[in-house]
Design a protein around this ligand. Structure first.
Ligand code: AP5
Ligand code: MG
Length: 207
């Protein structure tokens, strides 16, 4: 099953994609994680993307479309995948139509005020992609999955978060109508308990 997770920054796309991917045995394709790795490795793509990400804006469509096109050709995508953070603009969604068949689009719905609280307390593992919130870490500073030191993302500063939210509302939110028009959209309440949200997503994927 080929799935898209749609939702604003901090909605829980990464948190839920990791869990659903583990349950279904399919890969999580997070364009944000791929770009952060490219920046850490100082690849040409990383160098191109850095200034846009630091400012909380979107990386140009042509850069991101090429990355996703290449990634979807890998063998592990044959059984399905979750696209986490792609597409994010109508041109990206249109390009995806030409390279993949999408079965379901899950929109995680969370109000803006909750997003800010979640993002400001987020800690991530750059090595394995695991995501935590300070409220659940009890002072722990290393990843529970791989032992790497956890970090705060550069773009999780308050001023950058507001730019990311604006980018979501102006450029990504139109994709809700785009996929609703194709009969593929399932809206899931992204507030509340992580396990309950997981169950709600599994339910819409099985429907
Ligand atoms: P990306 O990394 O995709 O960031 P994002 O979309 O802003 O989303 P986040 O990763 O911030 O949030 P999330 O929904 O994954 O939430 P999470 O699970 O971490 O992109 C970063 C940048 O890369 C973009 O700004 C852009 O520049 C660039 N980029 C990437 N893709 C692109 C594209 N296609 N086109 C152009 N540019 C692109 O959860 C957040 C926090 O909340 C965590 O602390 C978590 O523990 C906590 N949490 C999760 N669920 C719950 C819950 N139910 N209750 C309480 N807390 C919770
Ligand atoms: Mg994420």
């Amino acid at each position: 099953m080929n799935i898209i997770f749609l939702g604003p920054p901090g909605a829980g796309k990464g948190t839920q994609a990791q869990r659903i991917c583990a349950a279904l045995g399919i890969p999580q394709i997070s364009t944000g994680d791929m770009l952060r790795r490219a920046i850490a490795d100082q690849t040409p793509t990383g160098l191109k993307a850095k200034s846009y990400m630091d400012a909380g804006g979107l990386v140009p469509d042509e850069v991101i479309i090429d990355i996703v096109k290449e990634r979807l050709q890998a063998d592990d995508c044959a059984k399905g995948y979750i696209l986490d953070g792609f597409p994010r603009t109508v041109p990206q969604a249109e390009a995806l139509e030409g390279i993949a068949h999408i079965d379901k689009v899950v929109e995680l719905d969370v109000p803006d005020e909750k997003l800010i609280e979640r993002i400001s307390g987020r800690r991530v593992c750059l090595k394995c992609g695991a995501t935590y919130h300070v409220s659940m870490l009890n002072g722990q500073t290393t990843c529970g999955q791989c032992g790497e030191t956890l970090i705060q993302r550069d773009d999780d500063k308050p001023e950058t978060v507001l730019n990311r939210l604006n980018a979501y509302h102006s450029k990504t939110a139109p994709l809700v109508d785009f996929y609703q028009g194709k009969g593929k959209l399932a809206k899931v309440d992204g507030t509340g308990d992580v396990d309950a949200i997981f169950d709600a997503i599994m339910k819409v994927l099985k429907a």
